[in-house]
Design a protein around this ligand. Structure first.
Ligand SMILES: [Zn+2]
Length: 113
């Protein structure tokens, strides 16, 4: 499963970061997940539960923050909302939009003990 490997690396990074800060436990993790990314939040939560076992993130809650899609329209020369990855500009209707946000999957912040 695609989400499984994503969450494995999220847990890896979270545990590594916590250790670098001398923490022994992770309390919570907040993830930025772009709404245009192919990661499904429900699947992410499910995989998170599975991969955190036996790590210092075992008791940590996961909060998923959905980041809306955004792109730069080369025609309007401004940032516009993007409903899908290769979607048109909502203002001019052209397909000259370069995605600038909405594809991310990264740790926004975390709480450690
Ligand atoms: Zn436009």
């Amino acid at each position: 499963m695609h989400e499984m490997s994503l969450m494995e690396s999220v847990i890896d990074i979270a545990c590594e970061t916590a250790r670098q800060h001398g923490a022994t436990r992770i309390k919570s993790v907040r993830l930025d997940v772009g709404s245009l990314s192919h990661a499904d939040p429900d699947a992410l939560l499910f995989c998170y539960e599975a991969v955190r076992h036996g790590t210092i993130a075992q008791g940590a809650t996961l909060e998923i923050n959905r980041v809306p899609g955004e792109g730069w329209c080369m025609n309007c020369e401004k940032t516009v909302a993007l409903a899908d990855r290769f979607g048109p500009c909502p203002d001019c209707g052209r397909h000259r939009v370069q995605m600038t946000a909405g594809d991310e999957l990264k740790i926004r912040d975390m709480e450690v003990i």
